[in-house]
Write a protein that binds this ligand. Structure first.
Ligand code: PMV
Length: 340
């Protein structure tokens, strides 16, 4: 049997992708940074066959994930026709809890897309230039999960057409092509796990509710503004505006959920306690920390490497009591996927 193995990280969006149209095309440009410790390791082995897909997730057969992988692979057969003539065995392992609002579909789908691109190269013997290879992986990852488009690159990454970024596209992500102020080069993200349970409402259902959302039009307009303002802040090293935009995006995402029809709430009481503590700590200490949220109750605490000792003390003394079993994951900005 032939094998390919990629490890691909999750990412945390600072300007959120929420709402889509067409085939996984975003309603607005989004901006994230890629993580390092939260990743999926995916191995694909293959033999000649007729398109069968078998999957192990964290060492177990899970029908729901297998069905999703099968549907996904079928949906990209026109891009990778070779898949019709192969039987695939996929073995994927996550370094962090899935479906808990840490973008696990981003790492899982990007690692799968990267494996499929490598597999195609291996079988056809046609090697793409590096830039083309990652663009294709981003394109294919996007078709599995929008946020996966951003996970094929390290550092700050944008996805979605914007006047601010030459060469940007709704079809795939690109590394953020602007010079970032050095003070943002050592971003830390401590993920405070409030709840490890499966999300009550999937991202897929959440995106769908944006189709008829009363605030959709305004949201897309605001996201475009936040996107360009955040880029300005990243260039200048402007921490005040960075914090303002990132936190507004986090609460804005959940405000959209709470005001959708039907409405739903993914935040927990502990999430709000943590947010209040972070704000109070920032005011008192003047350390430029802030929070963001994904589609779940867990809090991503963002700060700079130089402040880590002070922030660690704050986490242990004031935040861990709100975490499930005092569980948190210390992560940081990463360099992107690795082929093994
Ligand atoms: O990639 P999806 O379809 O799971 O959507 C991700 C949506 C958010 O994580 C909430 C925001 C984002 O941009 O990653």
């Amino acid at each position: 049997m032939n094998k390919i193995f990629w490890q691909s990280p999750s990412n945390i969006a600072l300007v959120k992708y929420w709402g889509k149209h067409g085939i996984q095309l975003p309603g607005n440009p989004s901006l994230s940074f890629t993580l390092s410790e939260c990743h999926s390791s995916t191995e694909i082995s293959w033999k000649e066959g007729n398109g069968k897909v078998d999957l192990l997730f964290d060492g177990e057969r899970k029908e729901q994930f297998t069905a999703r992988a099968r549907d996904y692979i079928r949906s990209i057969e026109s891009q990778l026709p070779i898949l019709k003539e192969l039987d695939l065995h996929i073995d994927s392992v996550n370094s962090f809890p899935h479906s808990a609002g840490i973008a696990s579909s981003a790492s899982a789908m990007s690692s799968l897309a990267l494996c499929l691109c490598s597999l195609e190269e291996e079988i056809t013997g046609k090697k793409l230039a590096e830039e083309e290879f990652f663009q294709k992986a981003s394109f294919l990852g996007r078709l599995g999960s929008g946020s996966a488009a951003r996970s094929v690159y390290g550092g700050f990454v944008s996805w979605g057409k914007s006047d601010q970024i030459p060469g940007s596209s709704d079809e795939y992500a690109t590394p953020l092509a602007v010079e970032i102020h050095e003070s943002f080069s050592d971003m830390r993200d401590t993920i405070l796990i409030v709840d490890q349970g499966i999300k009550a409402v999937s991202s897929r259902a959440g995106h769908k509710l944006m189709d008829r959302h009363t605030y959709a039009k305004e949201r897309f307009k605001l996201a475009n503004k936040n996107f360009s303002d955040l880029i300005k802040a990243l260039k200048k090293g402007d921490h005040v505006n960075f914090i303002r935009i990132v936190e507004a995006e986090a609460l804005g995402l959940h405000a959209l959920m709470m005001s959708s029809n039907p409405s739903y709430i993914l935040l927990k009481a502990e999430t709000l306690h943590i947010i209040h503590r972070i704000r109070a700590f920032r005011e008192l200490s003047c350390v430029p920390i802030c929070y963001t949220l994904d589609a779940g109750p867990n809090v991503h605490l963002l700060y700079h490497g130089k402040d880590s000792a002070e922030v660690e003390e704050f986490i242990t003394q004031e935040l861990l009591l709100y975490c499930n079993d005092k569980y948190r994951i210390n992560d940081h900005i990463g360099t992107g996927p690795r082929k093994l």
